[in-house]
Design a protein around this ligand. Structure first.
Ligand code: 0A1
Ligand code: ZN
Length: 868
């Protein structure tokens, strides 16, 4: 394994040149594309002198001509290799024209210009633009771009790029051209091009100042009828950003294109978003309610980037959370306003705890602003995105809604058109509030999840309740000693009747230990702390299980009700795991069964909320609560708990199932979705008991479902039952949906996550299925990721075969798509947390990978960090 160079924040230097204009010409031919780039440049006197060479980033392609000013340069007069293009000297002001040949059909890494089916498209973030043409591929080099595309008119009738269309026309040989101009200066990672035979869904939006914007969503022709939910979401997002943040759209045209082969979810290219088709296409027959929500959120996220990311961009990639954390915060707020706020908060926090907390405790731990990277692609992480959003949310809480809005206004006013830093962002928040956020800034520079313990002391004589909070953060590879964080905490007090006796207020922890005292309260008062998950911390309290059962039913914050329920489940599972390990019989406490039953019978509770609160944490979430992860005991304990609840509450589960059943199948209103989610939770409980009657109920729903939410929910349950039931459900599902590639992804992922014994063999078989290909990231995620990340008992098989299979797939994938291979390798990150046998087996696979002669930089970084 070769060593690769680390890029460090402390080494940041500005680019020594200014790019005044970029003019690109793409001449698309049958088996290649010729790119010509005309750059207008000048030296930046602050950073360049007469000896400064021009060094541009460059990918692996051949240069065919270079013209500087009006001089044709010979190959000896410039230097070009697989990484850089260099001119030893340049005049102060000059024009440079470089032509090169690309082979988009051979580009399986899906970065730069590549083919997806019959469509040619680009993906430039983070550093893909260098694979298109030599350029200073960094976010702080901003320039206005124009782009001319020339192609065959039959194969590529639609030719798109950023900004506004300015000219188009026909040429000889059935060819045509289009010229696009983007008036806004942008970094090259926001450049985009699409050419293909696409259908379009059109709509319009009038901004609050009266600008008429054309909205266009493009997809393959057969899918255009599936774009209307995406269009509705886009209009909702545009209206919301005006109302909540005073931000209007700035071009006359907003375009979205749905692509089948895409490494990420979507990309916010200026005026031309490119999307993974999964986040565009939906109708109730083929998409679940979760898919509908996902589309609404991602469409909004990319739209919001127009201001947070595009108009104001990043000084360097270390600042990534400046656009991502902030934009995730904005899309979370949008989804909360469009749907149920408490439920959205629960979903987001569950996601953070399930994925970011473990990331922060493993080899990939990094601050929200990392200090170094080998490949930037590896830092599009849960920490940068989701923890980054939590950090913004804490600022929002510390300042309050009005001051936060003033800070955002000032941010837009002061930095529009610039490439800035996290200090610039926090600086405007300090300006408008007059607060010092120096200690707060540690959230950006110090890694790790703070652990908070809360204890209560009640003084009978004085009638005062003291709450003592202690914070500590474990040392890690980034800092051997952690300073205390500045942590906001929202607290309210409630009495036994569930009434608020002290209104919620915001408190701040700045030291290791803090005590807050509440006078004149009675002894049976409950504190409700970290309401709405005020801060991204792990919380332990001195609440007993009885206290938690009370809080689950009566806390005045729905988030804290959810947290109490989940803590009860975790406590129960921990007890069961201890019973298994010590050979005692497993029993479930009657208090838990009763708390569950009370909640299920509470007809006044929001059904979407209940479906979250009563869902057991997943095995992948439970593992985070154990120092040493015992895969089998966790699986056994969780299954036992689920079956015990189902057996004890069978009739109530059936009643609730029936109550929720009438939701009209194609109604995607919040109420209908809520009914379906609770109904399908009840079905999942009922279906986990091997009982003929319940199995028939699941099968009936599978066969008669009027939408994908219900069909998929039943399908998942059947996939765990018996090999025969799984096989016949798989056959039926496949026969029905084989022509729909996004639905077939669901078919792969259900099989990959089955708990049945032969799952690994099934998954191996499926890698040779005609609908499967390692070249399509959605397929790899559906089958291999789903197995490696979401099927702990089979991935962590004691014989190591799960590890062997996945490691072999990672190496195969690394030759095709290094970004996705490196992401998949995260399944080995927590190897040190397992029992000795598994530790050895996982390490062996990591070492095998490390021992390869040719490993991509992406995968090298993940493997070497894991082995450090
Ligand atoms: N900026 C996009 C997502 C994105 C990130 C990385 C990529 O390649 C490494 C591609 C896309 C977003 O936040 O939506
Ligand atoms: Zn983003």
């Amino acid at each position: 394994m070769n060593e690769h160079k680390k890029i460090q924040l402390k080494d940041y230097r500005p680019f020594a040149f200014i790019v005044d204009h970029v003019d690109l010409i793409f001449d698309i031919r049958e088996d290649h594309t010729r790119v010509t780039s005309k750059l207008k440049m000048r030296k930046d006197p602050a950073w360049a002198d007469e000896t400064t060479p021009l060094v541009l980033n460059k990918g692996k392609f051949d240069i065919i001509s270079v013209v500087a000013g009006d001089m044709v340069l010979l190959p000896g007069e410039y230097k070009s290799d697989d990484e850089t293009f260099t001119l030893a000297a340049t005049p102060d002001v000059f024009e440079l024209e470089i032509a090169n040949i690309l082979k988009p059909d051979e580009n399986t890494a899906l970065e730069g210009l590549y083919r997806s089916g019959s469509i040619l498209c680009t993906q430039c973030e983070a550093q893909g633009f260098r694979n298109i043409t030599p350029y200073s591929d960094r976010p702080d080099v901003m320039a206005p771009f124009s782009c001319t595309i020339v192609a065959d008119k039959t194969r590529y009738p639609i030719l798109l790029s950023n900004g506004n269309p300015v000219k188009s026309g026909d040429l000889d040989d059935n060819r045509h051209f289009a010229v696009w101009e983007d008036p806004f200066k942008k970094p090259c990672y926001l450049f985009a091009l699409v050419a293909g035979d696409l259908a379009v869904l059109e709509d319009r939006f009038t901004t609050s100042s009266g600008r008429d914007v054309a909205l266009k969503i493009y997809s393959e022709k057969e899918n255009i009828a599936l774009c209307s939910h995406a269009m509705t979401s886009l209009k909702q997002a545009m209206a919301w950003d005006e109302k909540r943040f005073g931000r209007e759209y700035d071009l006359d045209l907003y375009q979205i294109v749905a692509i089948n082969d895409f490494n990420a979810g979507a990309m916010e290219n200026k005026g031309l978003n490119i999307f993974n088709a999964k986040y565009v296409l939906a109708d109730p027959q083929t998409a679940t309610d979760d898919d509908f929500m996902g589309i609404q959120g991602v469409i909004a996220h990319e739209y919001f980037h127009n201001w947070t990311g595009n108009r104001i961009t990043l000084k360097n990639w270390f600042q990534l959370s400046l656009k991502e954390g902030l934009t995730v915060f904005r899309d979370q707020e949008f989804s909360s306003d469009m749907n149920s706020r408490p439920v959205k908060r629960i979903i987001d926090v569950k996601n953070l705890m399930a994925a970011q907390f473990p990331e922060d405790s493993g080899p990939m731990t990094h601050p929200v602003r990392p200090d170094s990277y080998i490949k930037m692609d590896n830092f599009y992480t849960m920490t940068v995105y989701e923890k980054g959003a939590e950090v913004i949310r804490m600022i929002y809480q510390l300042l309050g809604q009005d001051l936060f809005r003033q800070g955002m206004d000032l941010y837009f006013e002061k930095f529009d058109g610039m490439a800035v830093t996290l200090e610039d962002f926090v600086g405007v928040m300090e300006t408008v509030s007059g607060r010092n956020l120096d200690q707060f800034f540690l959230w950006y520079t110090q890694s790790g999840t703070p652990e908070i313990s809360m204890t209560r002391q009640y003084n009978d004589n004085t009638g005062s309740l003291s709450l003592t909070f202690t914070q500590s953060t474990s040392p890690d590879r980034n800092q051997s000693e952690k300073k205390p964080f500045h942590i906001p905490v929202r607290i309210s007090l409630i009495n036994r009747a569930g009434e608020t006796v002290k209104q919620e207020a915001l408190y701040e922890l700045t030291q290791e230990t803090h005590t807050f005292k509440f006078e004149n309260v009675s002894a049976d008062i409950y504190p409700s702390v970290f309401r709405e998950f005020t801060a991204p911390v792990r919380l332990s309290t001195d609440f007993s299980d009885q206290d938690l059962a009370f809080l689950m039913a009566r806390d005045t914050d729905p988030f804290n009700q959810w947290r109490a329920a989940q803590t009860l489940f975790i406590n129960e599972i921990k007890n069961l795991v201890t019973a298994i390990r010590t050979g005692r019989a497993m029993t479930v406490s009657s208090g838990l069964i009763q708390a569950f039953s009370l909640a299920l019978e509470d007809r006044k509770k929001d059904r979407a909320f209940l479906s979250k609160a009563l869902a057991l944490p997943l095995e992948t979430e439970i593992k985070d609560h154990f120092e040493i992860i015992d895969v089998e005991a966790i699986h056994q304990a969780r299954t036992f708990l689920k079956q015990t609840l189902a057996k004890n509450l069978e009739s109530e589960l059936k009643t609730v199932y029936e109550i929720c059943r009438p939701a009209p199948p194609d109604d995607i209103s919040g109420a209908a979705m809520a009914d379906r989610s609770l109904k399908n939770l009840c079905l999942a409980y009922l279906g986990c008991v091997p009982d003929k009657g319940n199995q028939a109920l699941v099968l009936k729903q599978f066969e008669n479902a009027g939408n994908m939410t219900d069909e998929f929910a039943a399908f998942k349950i059947l996939s765990h039952m018996t090999p025969e039931m799984r096989d016949s459900a798989c056959q039926a599902f496949y026969n029905k949906w084989q022509a729909r590639t996004l639905v077939i992804d669901k078919w792969f992922s259900v099989q990959a996550q089955s708990r049945l014994k032969d799952t690994l063999d099934q998954v191996k078989q499926l890698t040779t299925h005609k609908n499967f290909t390692m070249a399509n990231p959605n397929k790899v995620r559906a089958l291999i990721f789903a197995f490696a990340m979401n099927n702990p008992i089979h991935f962590h098989r004691a014989d190591g075969q799960g590890y062997e299979f996945v490691a072999e797939r990672i190496l195969a994938l690394d030759k095709i798509n290094h970004q996705t291979a490196a992401r998949l390798c995260a399944c080995f990150n927590l190897w040190k947390r397992y029992d000795e046998n598994r530790r050895i087996l996982m390490k062996r696979q990591l070492e095998t990978m490390a021992g390869q002669k040719t490993l991509s930089k992406n995968l090298y970084e993940i493997v070497s960090r894991a082995l450090e």
